[in-house]
Write a protein that binds this ligand. Sequence first.
Ligand SMILES: Nc1ncnc2c1ncn2[C@@H]1O[C@H](COP(=O)(O)OP(=O)(O)OP(=O)(O)O)[C@@H](O)[C@H]1O
Length: 354
Amino acid sequence: MTLTVKTHWHRPDFTLSVDMAFPSQGITALFGRSGCGKTSLFRVISGLERVADTYVSFQGRAWQSNAQFVPLHHRRIGFVFQEASLLEHLSVRDNLLYGYRRTPEAERRLQLDEVTDLLAIKPLLNRRIHEISGGQRQRVALGRALLSSPQLLLLDEPFAALDSATKNEIIPYVREMTNRWAIPVILVSHDVREVEQLADYVALMEEGTVRSLDTLEQTMRDPHSPLFREVEPATVLSGNVTAQSGPRIFQISDGTCTWLTHSPRPLTINESVRCQVKASDVAIALQPLQGISIRNQFVAVVESLGNEQGGPVLLKLENGHLIFADISEEAVDELRLKVGQSVIALIKSAAILV
Ligand SMILES: Nc1ncnc2c1ncn2[C@@H]1O[C@H](COP(=O)(O)OP(=O)(O)OP(=O)(O)O)[C@@H](O)[C@H]1O
């Protein structure tokens, strides 16, 4: 079951031309430069815009075809925008219940208690909107969208107005809520870090079209991907917290590989986390090293030595994960690195970011 969109939307200086089936599970990020058409696509999907000769269907049901147009309020879509558009004169509780009360009883899947628990906003229920912080407002906006029991959540740059610490605090809630209630999410973003932490799939948009749609892992295999236009290539390692070995140091494992990471926020045992490793933070040794402060040493095989455009060395870890190592050409020559060779990837735990 998918979300299918076929549209050619001609605006004065811009054409949105999309013919694509998006996954209707997990989080799909629409990623691209400003003006590439992310919000326009969003508006077509939601029915905020009725564009002629457009076809949109969700999980087998046509939302728009030449014969019909299901209006926005019947599509059961939850929205969260950059600025939480909460009702200032109402309490947090009444804001949360706004969509809930308008949802027919038979369609209510989520209840106030479980949503406020998950988003940790229970203590705020009686506050007015002007009495809570920006991060809390975004959590209330997420809660309000969830409580309308949506079949699809559309998040349009929901964290853009937040500082990175607050953003990092909210992201795990978004992952948890989509996992727990299996609500598909379309996330508009031009923040790579956000995409790495949240997305299961990435639709790369350029000049009004979707250039590619792939899993996050597949998208991140290409060091020349538009994802890395403004930041250096990085890799994501996913696993579960297995132990705490210092005030901020945690052991993460995916069953095959185990690594140590520094986390700025407390993690709980068994919590599933995504860690990011920048190519420049990975070094290569020809054999395991002793008497060295670097805690993470992974057995790996050289997958590629970069391509004709240059780029980092690609290593394959024992768990099959690919990881970039930004090694100079001189070092590649000196170590006589070859494709297929066994090496050790060295990463400081402070360089594995949660
Ligand atoms: N109301 C409008 N009328 C005509 N053209 C518009 C309108 N709104 C946006 N556009 C144009 O459509 C194109 C795509 O805009 P859109 O907002 O979809 O891009 P975006 O990728 O979401 O950008 P951003 O990341 O900056 O929000 C742009 O060239 C923009 O100038």
